[in-house]
Design a protein around this ligand. Structure first.
Ligand SMILES: [Zn+2]
Ligand SMILES: [Zn+2]
Length: 742
């Protein structure tokens, strides 16, 4: 007999780790105690050496699905104290401070089995859950994470549920949202007028869907609008009723087989679809023809992630549109009354329930890359799980940007990014943003000592930081937009810098007050310099050119000395340009894509930011060609005029828009590699981070890292947060961390 002292570092609190330990300790016939510490947990165990070692070996494999074990330290050969059983030592204060709030988890296999087992007491109960699955973040009002402080507070447990809850051997031990048909929440079905219909609500909803109706369905983090995905007429009707732009709709498929009927699914993509995070995964469509679901070659697909979804699909439904019920950039609808009021005339019927959603949370959106998620939006299923950055000190609130407004709160080494909640331009989103910041500060028991925000003077997030800083006497640091993107990708990959940053997006406020967005930066968390950029593009009419991209196309043609007579309103644009009337220059990569899309006749105007790039990528056809271009000056300027001239020549010679689109993007890849190589030659730096919304372009992402490697450089892409403005607050925190260092 001997004792061992074990220290486990990582994310092991608030993830069901201690009951798991209890079972594992018993399973190996050991005795001892466990307690939480500031960096993880500590155990003292006694038993035979062999059993102790086997226990330690089994730990990483058998740990709960949310646990993230980073390091296990052991000290064997200590004198045994003759302990009996297994004790969980508590320290309440510590607990509140260190407990992590779990994300919402997709239904687990055990619960699915019970759900469909006629002999089980939770047979067909749409709120079945356990320690390994169910709602978490979205039902929590406050900490400590106990039932009374969640939406489940109004559902006292029945004796059967109570017994399971207190039985450490049971898989529902301390599962706060646990419930059953006797004691838990209930579903209801209402017609378009808000009248509750008798009968089985789920069966009614299924019948209505099959008849071709559009329903509002309350999920985990908000309400979806649902209809049969394969009925094009219904999908068009839903678009019409939603009065929404042309953004793609996500769909939910009954299972992977149903997804495979519509899309190619690799084994890795399958893993991601079936993971407990249950994100929307962007998959390649089998049928590349036009579809009212999406205007590009990808389809966002997710699998049923709540028991309610499982029952809704039953045996016979294959695929449903499941799009967030929100109206033009306002946050997703999440309360029953709100749904009935705001979705009247949009939804024919409502499948709702009485378990309140406390915090809205949109579905996560990603694609598979190297076996992992590459996020467009990191939200439901992930949030509020932290990103750990060793060496951070905490106490910083980073306020993000404006479009895709997000924020990030740091507590010690844990950084808690909150996913984007829409553009901040409207009052409703701003109110939601401020309320979410307050909620996070309470949940993580952290009051910021430093506020970090963008340098853009007109961003509402900047105004929020400045006002709050003044009111509460907190220091405020303003950070350049693309520097924050670069820092975000560094932190995401654990790089200390210095690095070369290829930061491409639509627009960000530059050091010189100009609109930047096609940047090559060199620097680290402390500082940066602009090594290279795009030849600026005049935006005819300012912001109007962001929507009416034919204006950008005109400006490119004019600057390149090409014939502009084919462009509508050409004389008017020319006058504006000549007189310099409201034509602010922009070096945004998004604008170059927009202009190229316009020149190729793909579109004259767009309905959402980045659409030009999306359509150009969707149009791309196999072609290895590269256009001529010029890199010169300091900062190194990418002069795209030769490229534009060559594109026009190809177009006029009758080459397809798809092949020109490929050549255009190939040219950007080559330009980026040459720019980075020039920066590397001058500075000796070899690490190159890729960040900014333009790196949601799979075509670029498939080719640029390889081109950089070929040039002898080390490319780094995002892993844990999005490359777009949603992920930028992570970089803001890191720049804040280093503000005192010179
Ligand atoms: Zn479960
Ligand atoms: Zn019960």
């Amino acid at each position: 007999m001997e004792a061992v002292h074990i220290k486990i570092h990582g994310i092991v609190q608030g993830v069901g780790f201690r009951p798991f330990m209890h079972r594992l300790v018993r399973c190996y016939g050991l005795a001892g105690a466990i307690r939480n510490t500031s960096s993880g947990v500590e155990l003292e165990l006694e038993g035979e050496r062999e059993a102790l070692e086997a226990f330690v070996q089994a730990l990483p494999e058998r740990a709960p699905r949310l646990a993230l074990i980073e390091k296990i330290e052991t000290e064997y050969g200590l004198p045994p104290l003759g302990r009996q059983g297994f004790q969980i030592l508590q320290s309440h204060r510590e607990e509140k401070r260190n407990t992590l709030v779990s994300p919402d988890l997709g239904i687990c296999e055990d619960c699915r089995r019970e759900l469909l087992d006629p002999g089980d007491r939770r047979y067909r109960y749409p709120f079945i859950n356990c320690t390994n699955c169910g709602p978490r973040f979205t039902i929590i009002k406050d900490l400590p994470y106990d039932r009374p402080l969640t939406s489940m507070g109004r559902f006292p447990m029945c004796p059967d549920c109570e017994r399971e809850y207190h039985d450490i051997e049971n898989r529902r031990y301390h599962a706060q949202p646990d419930a059953c048909p006797v004691c838990g929440p209930k579903v209801c079905f209402l017609d378009g007028e808000g009248r509750e219909l008798p009968g089985d609500p789920i069966e009614t909803a299924r019948a209505w869907l099959k008849e071709g109706k559009i329903l509002a369905v309350k999920g985990l983090g908000g309400v979806h609008l649902a209809c049969l995905a394969q009925r094009e007429d219904l999908v068009r009707e839903l678009r019409r009723r939603k009065e929404r732009d042309e953004k793609p709709f996500a769909i939910m498929c009954r299972d992977v087989q149903a997804a495979e009927a519509l899309c190619y699914v690799s084994p890795k993509e399958r893993e991601l679809l079936e993971s407990f995070h249950k994100p929307i995964v962007l998959l390649r469509r089998r049928d590349r023809g036009p579809s009212p679901l999406t205007e590009n070659g990808w389809l966002g697909v997710m699998l049923p992630y709540t028991p309610l979804h499982v029952l809704l699909f039953g045996e016979d439904l294959e695929a449903l549109v499941m799009t967030s019920a929100n109206l033009s950039d306002t946050p997703i609808v999440y309360q029953n009354g709100e749904a009935l009021e705001r979705l009247r005339g949009i939804a024919d019927g409502f499948l709702l329930h009485d378990r309140d959603i406390q915090t809205r949370c949109d579905d996560s959106l990603c694609w598979e890359r190297g076996g992992k998620e590459y996020f467009v939006r990191r939200s439901r299923g992930y949030v509020p799980f932290p990103v750990r950055v060793p060496g951070s000190h905490g106490g910083i609130l980073a306020c993000g940007a404006e479009q895709k407004a997000s924020f990030c709160l740091s507590r010690g080494e844990y950084l808690f990014p909150r996913p984007h909640i829409g553009g901040l331009k409207n009052a409703e989103t701003l109110a939601h943003y401020e309320q979410q910041i307050a909620h996070f500060e309470r949940l993580f028991d952290t009051r910021p000592q430093l506020l970090v925000c963008d340098r853009h003077p007109d961003y509402l997030s900047t105004a929020y930081a400045l006002q709050r800083g003044e009111k509460e006497g907190i220091e405020v640091l303003q950070v350049q937009h693309h520097h924050a993107h670069m820092a975000s990708c560094m932190a995401d990959n654990g790089l200390a810098g210095p690095v070369i940053g290829l930061i491409w997006d639509g627009v960000g406020y530059g050091e010189d007050g100009g609109a930047w967005g096609g940047e090559c930066l060199v620097g680290d968390y402390r500082s940066f310099r602009r090594f290279g950029s795009l030849r600026p593009i005049p935006l005819i009419g300012g912001d109007r050119a962001v929507k009416e991209i034919s204006r950008v196309g005109f400006a490119l043609l004019q600057d390149a000395g090409c014939d502009t007579r084919g462009v509508q309103n050409a004389p008017f644009f020319e006058t504006m340009l000549r007189q310099g009337l409201n034509c602010p220059p922009s070096s945004g990569m998004g604008r170059l894509f927009d202009g190229a899309a316009a020149i190729l006749g793909i579109r004259e105007s767009v309905s959402y930011e980045g659409q030009g790039a999306v359509l150009l990528e969707a149009a791309a056809e196999e072609d290895e060609g590269v256009y001529p271009f010029c890199l010169a000056g300091s900062p190194l300027c990418f002069d795209w005029r030769d490229m534009i001239r060559a594109m026009v020549k190809d177009r006029d010679a009758g080459l397809s828009a798809g092949r020109i689109a490929s050549r255009f993007m190939n040219t950007l890849v080559q330009m980026a590699a040459e720019t980075a190589l020039a920066a590397s030659r001058e500075t000796g730096i070899r690490d190159v981070v890729l960040s900014g919304g333009s790196f949601q372009n799979q075509y670029l992402l498939d080719r640029l890292p390889g081109a950089l490697e070929q040039a002898g450089l080390r490319p780094w892409t995002h892993q844990r947060v999005s490359c777009n403005d949603e992920g930028l607050s992570l970089g803001q925190v890191m720049i804040g961390e280093h503000r005192f260092e010179v």
